[in-house]
Design a protein around this ligand. Structure first.
Ligand code: UDP
Length: 255
């Protein structure tokens, strides 16, 4: 599978089906592995934050989550076949995992949300084994209990919905001792599956306007979305659209 370099982050050029296949191989081989669905905000964060870049570099699979990432790929002459969003990956893995007999553990979201997400998926994919759930607002002691529960349940897949970057750091820090074959940061996917938040309609996604839909529904996100123009400018600069100008020392050799 080809890996595409976007501002120093290696993104796997794969379709949703290929991502599932790859994860199936990782599950079969044993772990611990981390899977990241990277959107433009995350690639920008990796550009800014070395520690986050290191987490992404250590992931076994990094998918292109969002139109911004596909656009960046096109600008830099790299082919990313399609968007592989966290929520779509969860759905596809539930479908595959129900047949393959995988055990899932859902960690994250407000109290009750992970259970509701698991119940919704089990309805759609009978036979799906969810061997544990836990909410994502734990005390330190509570988090220890969650880790104990994960160890005891021995899931094949651990879905962590604590938001970016908390979930990526949590997996990188704790999965090496939990030894779950594949752990994936899934953001707000549990909220969507539980019916707590709604995803943009298909036609809005098709037009590449999911970001606008989210901005209108959750206006407090505007601050987070401020990074998108910065990301776009940096990509265009890496493409050579702008003269090099004054380069910051930090950026040397990174574009
Ligand atoms: N969350 C959590 N614990 C925290 C912070 C957030 O479980 O300490 C959950 C929150 O309830 C939500 C998800 O993490 O379900 C973050 O959703 P969002 O759509 O903001 O994800 P992102 O865009 O960061 O991937």
């Amino acid at each position: 599978m080809d890996r595409v370099d976007l501002l120093g982050v290696k993104v796997d050029a794969c379709t949703l089906a290929q991502a599932v296949e790859r994860i199936a191989r990782l599950v079969a081989g044993g772990g611990p592995h981390q899977v990241v669905t990277a959107n433009a905000e995350m690639i920008w964060r990796a550009w800014q934050e070395r520690e986050f870049a290191a987490v992404l570099a250590g992931a076994a699979l990094v998918t292109a989550d969002g139109r911004g990432v596909l656009w960046a790929g096109r600008q830099l002459g790299q082919c990313l076949p399609e968007q592989v969003a966290g929520i779509d990956l969860v759905e596809a893995l539930a479908q595959h995992g129900a047949r393959a007999g995988w055990r899932f553990f859902f960690y994250g979201g407000a109290p009750g949300v992970a259970e509701a997400a698991a119940a919704a998926l089990k309805k759609r994919y009978p036979g799906l084994a969810v061997v544990g759930t836990a909410h994502g607002y734990q005390t330190e002691a509570g988090e220890e209990r969650v880790k104990e529960a994960i160890r005891a349940a021995r899931p094949h897949l651990l879905l962590v919905g604590l938001g970016v970057p908390k979930q990526e750091y949590w997996i990188a820090r704790h999965n090496p001792e939990l030894l779950v074959p594949v752990a994936i940061g899934v953001g707000g996917s549990f909220d969507v599956l539980a019916g707590k938040t709604r995803r943009a309609p298909g036609w809005v996604r098709h037009l590449g306007l999911e970001w606008l839909y989210r901005l209108l529904r959750e206006p407090w996100r505007w601050r987070r979305q401020l990074v998108l123009p910065a990301f776009a400018l940096r990509v265009l600069r890496a493409k050579g659209v702008f003269p090099a100008g004054r380069r910051r020392k930090r950026d040397e050799g990174r574009e």
